[in-house]
Design a protein around this ligand. Structure first.
Ligand code: FES
Length: 142
């Protein structure tokens, strides 16, 4: 029996946490908790009963709204398929903007590099970081 704890979200906004027990690839128990906006709380409520059965066959929310994006992250972390495309702490070196800040802008609706630039100023210098921003956008929103 494996006990797994995974988290997703942004402190002070929406925070999701899942504790699960997995036995031979089967979810034996899952406790899903969240602090956040009504949209996140409603989605979590809908998904609580789906967290059972085969871990490999566990479905993921497909939406591009922030609640779906964050729950998808949580489920991918549980399944071991989470693969965030950029590993460095700072994404935009010209403006000293963290990857965390850029990712939050993307999760909360910035779906192209120009919107990320407006929200965070990342990408408004030399522009070389925009390809990494675009990789995160593609990863988060498909
Ligand atoms: S590294 Fe982001 S604009 Fe130069």
């Amino acid at each position: 029996m494996d006990k797994i704890n995974v988290k997703a979200g942004f402190r002070g906004r929406d925070e999701l946490e899942l504790d699960a027990e997995i036995d031979s690839g089967i979810i034996v128990s899952a406790k899903l908790r969240s602090i956040g906006c009504p949209q996140v709380l409603n989605l979590i409520s809908d998904w609580r009963n789906r967290l059972k059965g085969s871990l490999a066959e566990l479905s993921e929310p497909q939406g591009s709204d922030h609640a779906s994006v964050l729950l998808r992250e949580l489920i991918q972390k549980l399944k071991g398929t989470w693969s965030f495309p950029y590993k460095e702490e700072e994404l935009c070196h010209c403006r000293a903007i963290s990857t965390h800040t850029v990712d939050a802008a993307i999760v909360y609706g910035a779906d192209n590099a120009n919107k990320v630039a407006v929200k965070t100023s990342a990408g408004t210098g030399c522009g070389t970081c925009r390809r990494n921003t675009e990789a995160i956008i593609k990863f988060r929103h498909g």
